[in-house]
Design a protein around this ligand. Structure first.
Ligand code: ADP
Ligand code: MG
Length: 699
C-alpha cells in the first residue's frame, strides 16, 4: 500500500463509505491522509470521576461496572445505561439510540470516556460520550484514537463521522509512516524550523499538544507557498535568460512630447514613465505591472514609452480587452502622437485602419510584417492569433494581467529577441499577489489622481431610501446625465450542478432590467449588458451609451473596464455588500470623468453593523491600494485573482494574506534555486513541482 493506492483497497472501507469519500474528493490513500482536521477537541485532561461536575466537558477513565439497554416507551427510543467507576467513585453514563453498544462493552471492561455531564430529571449522567475500550495489554501506554487526548474533528459530510475517519486514518498513518517521502530540503527545514513530513502528518491528525498541531499546519502552508514560489521564480529565471532589445532613452524627444501636453504630468506618472524607460534600456526583458486607479492616467505613461520605442525604430503593440477600448486607445494615440510622423494601425473584427485610412486585413498584416507599422492596436484575441511582426520590441497590455512567457514568445517571429512587457491595470493588486500568482512582476504605482478631479459623492443606501434615491437619479437623467446600474454579484451555490454562477448573474440582470425599464425609469431609454451577449452586440450597446443614445445601462460586474464616458455621472450598485471594496472603488471610477458632480450609490439590504462598516470605508477612503489591502485582510485574496481561474487551493490563497510568510517562502525558494537551478539535487522536490505545475495553470 502507498499514497496512490485507491481507497477501494483500504481494509474496512466498504462501498457506501467509498461513495461518501469520493463526494469529498478523496480517491486515494494519499487524499485521505491529506484530509486534515479543521479543529481539535481536547480530551487530554483525564480527571478522577469524583471531580466530574455537571455542565462540564470531561474526560475520564474507568471500569464498566454495569451495562444494560432500556426502552423508553414515551419517546420510543433505546437508552444504553452504564455505570462506570474508578478509584474515586462512579458515574452513570447514557448513550441514546445506540443499542448495539451493549455488545461492544461488557462488565469489567476498561474504558476512556469523554463527554458532557448532564443533570436531568434528578439524575446526573454522562451524556452520549465518545468512548474507547482499553486493551488490557496496553494499560501503561494506550494507543488512543477517540478519547483521552487531543481528538481531531474533520470537516464532515453526511454519514462520514470524525469517529469513523479517525478509525480509518490512524492505522493508515502507522502503516505508511515510513513511506512519507519528505521533499523539503533538510537545509530549508532547519533554517525555517519546520517539522518533517512524517512528524507533521502525525501531528496534524493526532497532535500531542495543540502547539504541534499548529506547527504541522504551518509546515503544510509553508510547503505549498514554497512550491508556488519555486514555480514562479523558475519561470522568471527562464525569462531572464532571454534577450530583449535595449532601447536607448531619447531625452530630447520625451521632453518635447511632455512639454507639449495639454496638462502637467503628475509626479507618479513621471516616476512610472522613467522606471519603464530605464527597464527598456536594458537587454533583459522587462516584466512590469503599472498599477493605478481608474483615471490616474496610465495611458499617457504608456504613450511616452511607446513613442520612445517607435522612434528608435522598433514596433509596439497595444492590446486592449475589448474592441471598443481598442478604438478608444487608437483615437487617443493618434491625437497625442500626431506630430511625430508615426504609422499607427488598428485591427478590429469589423475592419482595420492605418492612420486615417481604411485598409484591408491582408495589407495591414503585410505592412506589420515589413515593419511599416510602428504601433499596432487591437484586442488580445486578434493580435495574438493573426499578427506577425517584423521588429516588435514592446507589448503593452491594458486591463488584463494574465500574460505569459509563451504567449509573448508567440507574438514575435524574430529569433534573437523577445519584446518587453508592460501590463497596466486599475485593479489594485496587493504586493503579495504581485510577487506570487502574478508571476513576480516589478511594480510601478500611480497613487495620485491628476489635479482638479471632482470627488465622487458616495452614499450607502438602505431599503427605506431607495425610492428617494431613484427620484434623485430621475432628476439627473432629466438634466441629461447618464447612469450605470451594476447588478449584484452572485456567489456560486453549493449545488454541484450550479458551479458556474454566470447564468444566474444573467438572470439577475434581466430581472433588474425588467424592473427598471418598465417601472422605475420607464420614461427613459434603458438597456442591459451581460457576458452572455454576443461581443458584437455588447460593443454596439457600449458605443450607443458612449454616444449618449442610452440613459441607463444595467450590467453585470464583468463588463467593460476603462471605457471613458464623461457624461455618465451616476453609478448605482445593487447588493453592494457582495463586492470587494477594491472592486466597488473601481466601479466608482467609471463616473467622475467629466465636469459635472458625480455620484456613487451603494445599495444594500443588510444594514448590519459589519456590512455597513466595511462599506463605510469607501466613504472616507479614495485610495484603491488602501482599499485593496483592507479587502485582503477582511476577505482574502480570492476576490482579486479569480481563484477558480488559477485552481489554487484555499489553504494557499489564505496564506497569501500574510506578507511575511510570502516573503519568507520566496526567500527559501530563491536560496534553493540559486544553489541548484534545475533542482537536480532534489529529485523529490522536482517531481512535486512538476505535479504542481500540472495542477495549477499559472499561465
Ligand atoms: P486610466 O489610468 O484609467 O487608464 P486614462 O489614461 O484613461 O486613465 O486617463 C484618464 C484621463 O485623464 C484622460 O482623459 C487623460 O487624458 C487625462 N489625464 C492623464 N494624465 C493627466 C494629468 N496629469 N493631468 C490631467 N489630466 C490627465
Ligand atoms: Mg485605462
Amino acid at each position: 500500500m502507498n499514497f496512490s493506492t485507491p481507497i477501494e483497497e483500504i481494509p474496512r472501507v466498504g462501498p457506501q463509505y467509498q461513495k461518501k469519500l469520493k463526494k469529498l474528493g478523496i480517491k486515494t490513500v494519499g487524499d485521505l491522509l491529506f484530509h486534515f482536521p479543521h479543529r481539535y477537541e481536547d480530551f487530554s485532561n483525564i480527571i478522577p470521576i469524583s471531580e466530574v461536575k455537571v455542565g462540564k466537558l470531561v474526560s475520564v477513565r474507568g471500569k464498566i461496572l454495569d451495562i444494560k439497554n432500556i426502552r423508553t416507551w414515551k419517546k420510543r427510543m433505546t437508552l444504553t445505561r452504564a455505570i462506570v467507576g474508578d478509584d474515586s467513585g462512579a458515574i452513570q453514563v447514557i448513550w441514546f439510540n445506540q443499542p448495539y453498544l451493549i455488545n461492544t462493552f461488557k462488565k469489567g471492561d476498561l474504558v476512556f470516556l469523554a463527554g458532557k455531564m448532564n443533570l436531568k430529571g434528578g439524575g446526573r449522567y454522562l451524556s452520549n460520550p465518545a468512548y474507547e475500550k482499553l486493551n488490557p495489554k496496553e494499560l501503561s501506554n494506550p494507543d488512543l484514537v477517540h478519547t483521552g487526548r487531543l481528538i481531531p474533528i474533520y470537516p464532515e459530510t453526511q454519514g462520514l463521522s470524525s469517529r469513523w475517519l479517525r478509525f480509518i486514518i490512524k492505522p493508515l498513518l502507522s502503516k505508511l509512516e515510513n513511506k512519507f517521502l519528505d521533499f523539503l530540503p533538510e537545509k530549508i527545514k532547519k533554517e525555517y524550523k519546520l517539522l518533517s513530513l512524517k512528524e507533521a502528518i502525525w501531528q496534524i491528525h493526532f497532535p500531542d499538544v495543540l502547539k504541534l498541531a499548529k506547527s504541522a499546519r504551518d509546515r503544510f502552508i509553508f510547503e505549498e507557498l514554497f512550491i508556488l514560489s519555486l514555480a514562479i521564480l523558475q519561470q522568471k529565471m527562464k525569462l531572464i535568460k532571454e534577450r530583449a532589445k535595449a532601447i536607448p532613452i531619447n531625452v530630447e524627444l520625451i521632453k518635447n512630447f511632455v512639454n507639449n501636453l495639454p496638462f502637467k504630468l503628475t509626479n507618479d506618472q513621471r516616476k512610472a514613465a522613467w522606471q519603464i524607460l530605464k527597464d527598456l534600456e536594458k537587454s533583459k526583458p522587462m516584466n512590469r505591472l503599472l498599477e493605478g486607479d481608474v483615471g490616474s492616467g496610465k495611458t499617457i505613461v504608456a504613450i511616452i514609452v511607446i513613442l520612445n520605442t517607435a522612434k528608435a525604430g522598433y514596433q509596439n503593440v497595444f492590446m486592449a480587452p475589448t474592441e471598443i477600448l481598442a478604438k478608444q486607445h487608437f483615437k487617443t494615440l493618434k491625437t497625442f502622437l500626431k506630430d511625430f510622423n508615426l504609422n499607427i494601425g488598428l485591427i478590429t473584427s469589423k475592419g482595420n485602419k492605418l492612420n486615417n485610412e481604411k485598409i484591408s486585413r491582408k495589407d495591414i498584416l503585410e505592412k506589420i510584417r515589413n515593419n511599416q507599422v510602428d504601433i499596432l492596436i487591437g484586442t488580445h484575441a486578434l493580435v495574438q492569433e493573426k499578427v506577425k511582426f517584423g521588429k516588435l520590441a514592446l507589448v503593452v497590455i491594458d486591463e488584463q494581467h494574465r500574460f505569459g512567457i509563451e504567449q509573448r514568445a508567440k507574438l514575435c517571429q524574430q529569433k534573437d529577441f523577445i519584446p518587453h512587457l508592460l501590463s497596466m491595470t486599475a485593479t489594485p493588486i496587493p504586493r503579495t499577489l504581485a510577487l506570487t500568482i502574478y508571476g513576480d512582476l516589478d511594480l510601478s504605482l500611480i497613487k495620485e489622481l491628476p489635479k482638479g478631479r471632482k470627488k465622487v459623492i458616495t452614499k450607502i443606501i438602505f431599503p427605506r431610501e431607495r425610492e428617494k434615491t431613484y427620484e434623485f437619479i430621475r432628476q439627473q437623467i432629466k438634466s441629461r446625465r447618464q447612469v450605470f446600474v451594476i447588478c449584484p454579484r452572485i456567489e456560486p451555490s453549493n449545488n454541484i450542478f450550479e458551479k458556474n454562477p454566470s447564468w444566474r448573474e444573467v438572470k439577475a440582470v434581466k430581472e433588474e432590467f425588467e424592473k427598471l425599464s418598465k417601472e422605475v425609469f420607464s420614461d427613459f431609454k434603458v438597456k442591459m449588458l451581460h457576458g452572455k451577449m454576443k461581443i458584437k452586440e455588447r460593443e454596439e450597446i457600449m458605443e450607443d451609451f458612449k454616444a449618449g443614445k442610452i440613459d441607463v445601462l444595467v450590467s453585470t460586474s464583468v463588463v467593460e473596464v476603462g471605457v471613458d464616458i464623461p457624461n455618465a455621472s451616476v453609478i448605482l450598485i445593487e447588493g453592494a455588500d457582495k463586492f470587494g471594496l477594491a472592486q466597488l472603488h473601481q466601479f466608482r471610477g467609471r463616473v467622475g470623468r467629466g465636469k459635472e458632480q458625480s455620484f456613487c450609490f451603494l445599495f444594500t439590504d443588510f444594514p448590519g453593523k459589519r456590512t455597513s462598516q466595511r462599506l463605510r470605508a469607501l466613504l472616507s477612503c479614495e485610495n484603491g491600494f488602501e482599499l485593496a489591502e483592507k479587502d485582503l485582510k477582511i476577505r482574502g485574496p480570492g476576490d482579486f485573482s479569480g481563484q477558480r481561474q488559477w485552481g489554487i487551493p484555499d489553504l494557499i490563497m489564505d496564506a497569501l494574506k500574510d506578507i511575511d510568510l510570502v516573503e519568507k517562502t520566496r526567500q527559501a525558494a530563491k536560496e534553493v534555486l540559486e544553489e541548484n537551478p534545475e533542482l537536480k539535487k532534489y529529485p523529490l522536490l522536482k517531481k512535486k513541482l512538476e505535479e504542481f505545475r500540472k495542477r495549477i495553470h499559472l499561465e
